[in-house]
Design a protein around this ligand. Structure first.
Ligand code: F0G
Length: 471
């Protein structure tokens, strides 16, 4: 990638600092600790160089110049330009050596219309930005390319994360590409096989700890104090910078108009914080003229942010013991809660929770639109339905759901759903049966006989005509 190094002029680089979100202490961005040295709270990347006498400019460029530069890069074959993250490098922290970038050509994810889901939710303009179409199948890749590149530039041999599965898959891939070693701490029995197998294939040292995600985070916090390993969880501010670019791609796709609403699943709350930061920065830089309302949806059984907002007005974190089949967001003590609260307040977004049955139904509806996603992503559609009923989202407003993970991440959930086993033996069994059965398509075991298959086909045609009014 030395051609990038040569072509990346000083103008393209963003001079950045790290600032503590609580006490405001600032330090240069070459520091390696991801928490504030004074008060221990989280850090965020800020760009003092953007404020010039001529207004807000990133890398010395104004908004129309940035838009044109980013558009031109879409025709380039250089790895840095082909990455949907580094194409926007003027709004990211600069590496001192661009050849250190580790890229799998992440980002560049599609925006799909969701007509069936739009009808189900009662909105006319519904879209999905599918971050599950990233190289390792989740949105984590956009943040991983940036934070892992900083780890490499700083000479770390080891990177590490605690994870509900997607972060570990992504981190292991980026570390492997750069010849770095990776340490993964995951809650035993609580991550999907798809995600676990990715970490193994990419060569991570994978430890299944007998605890939950929050327990893994606690252990890792101490491991990184004792050993020279670089923490790649979303408390790492460079992760969030890469994740910002999904928002930039999104508004670029809509000719730099933000939609009325963006709806994001909430787990550790890094992603909602990153996307919110992006919208606020784009507004400051004049790239967009108005903000979308960014709403965060959680599973009822992992609803720390919902409770934090409702019971304390966002002032004090209420941790919960997390339980949900959407294992990606089975998190009780979200690290980035303060950043997420700030985003909710700045954009006027809502926070909502959805039940397990609502998640399962929404996932099937997203599948029926030919898109599909993992359960954690489906909370967005389930939450949207509630926000429409409450009148927070109006019928004629434009809405974008951020789908965070690929359908193939959790085939077990999907198979159980279609076989009707997902809620077997749970208190929701009866409710689930009546709500979900119209969406279930169980596989059939048949004799290898033409007539039998033709009969099945004829039966399916008749029932389909009834279900869809002869469409
Ligand atoms: N959706 C998926 C598919 C996820 O994997 C995650 C988080 C989220 C949503 C929530 O995002 O944490 O930024 O609020 N997964 C992390 C992991 C925790 O370890 O893979 P968040």
């Amino acid at each position: 990638m030395t051609d990038q190094a040569a072509s990346a002029s000083k103008l393209e680089t963003g001079v950045s600092q790290l600032r503590c979100i609580a006490c405001g202490a600032v330090r240069e961005s070459d520091a390696t600790n991801v928490r504030c040295a004074h008060c221990g709270d989280l850090l965020e990347v800020v760009y003092p160089g953007w404020k010039t006498s001529a207004g807000m400019r990133a890398a010395g460029l104004d908004a129309p110049e940035l838009k044109e530069l980013w558009r031109q890069r879409r025709e380039s074959y250089k790895p840095l330009d082909q990455s949907g993250v580094w194409r926007f490098r003027e709004v990211l922290p600069a590496l001192s050596d661009w050849s250190q970038v580790i890229t799998l050509r992440e980002g560049n994810t599609p925006v799909y219309e969701l007509p069936g889901c739009g009808r189900a939710a009662g909105v006319q303009q519904l879209y999905a930005k599918h971050q599950g179409m990233n190289p390792t199948g989740s949105f984590k890749d956009t943040g991983m390319t940036s934070a892992a590149s900083f780890a490499r530039e700083r000479g770390f041999r080891w990177v590490a994360c605690a994870s509900t599965g997607n972060t570990s898959a992504s981190m292991a891939a980026y570390a492997a590409r750069a010849g770095m070693r990776s340490l993964v701490l995951i809650p035993q029995g609580q991550i999907t096989w798809g995600k676990l197998s990715q970490a193994l294939d990419y060569g991570a040292v994978t430890c299944q700890l007998k605890t939950d995600f929050d327990g893994c985070m606690r252990v890792l916090g101490e491991v990184v104090q004792r050993m020279p390993v670089y923490l790649l969880n979303s408390v790492n501010p460079y992760r969030l910078e890469g994740q910002k670019t999904a928002a930039v791609e999104l508004v670029e796709r809509f000719d730099w108009q933000a939609p009325d609403h963006v709806i994001v699943p909430g787990g550790n709350l890094g992603n909602s914080s990153a996307l919110g930061k992006a919208f606020l920065e784009m507004k400051e830089l004049g790239l967009i003229s108005r903000l979308p309302k960014l709403s965060v949806i959680q599973a009822e059984g992992a609803n720390a942010l919902v409770r934090t907002m409702r019971e304390t007005g966002g002032r004090k974190l209420i941790s919960v013991h997390a339980e949900t089949m959407a294992t990606a967001i089975r998190i009780g003590s979200p690290a980035s809660w303060k950043k997420a609260v700030r985003v909710l307040e700045a954009t006027g977004g809502a926070v909502e929770q959805v039940s397990e049955v609502e998640i399962a139904l929404a996932k099937a509806e997203i599948g029926a639109d030919g898109i599909g996603c993992e359960p954690a992503s489906a909370v967005t559609l389930a939450g949207l339905k509630k926000l429409v009923k409450q009148g927070f989202v109006k019928r004629n407003e434009s809405v974008v759901l951020i789908l965070t993970g690929n359908l193939l991440k959790d085939p077990d959930f999907t198979l159980k759903f279609h076989r009707g086993d997902l809620f077997a033996g749970t208190p929701q069994e009866e409710e689930a049966e009546s709500i979900l059965s119209p969406r279930q398509h169980a596989p059939m075991v048949l004799d290898a006989n033409v007539n039998t298959v033709v009969k099945v086909l004829e039966h399916a045609e008749r029932t389909e005509s009834r279900e869809y009014g002869g469409r």
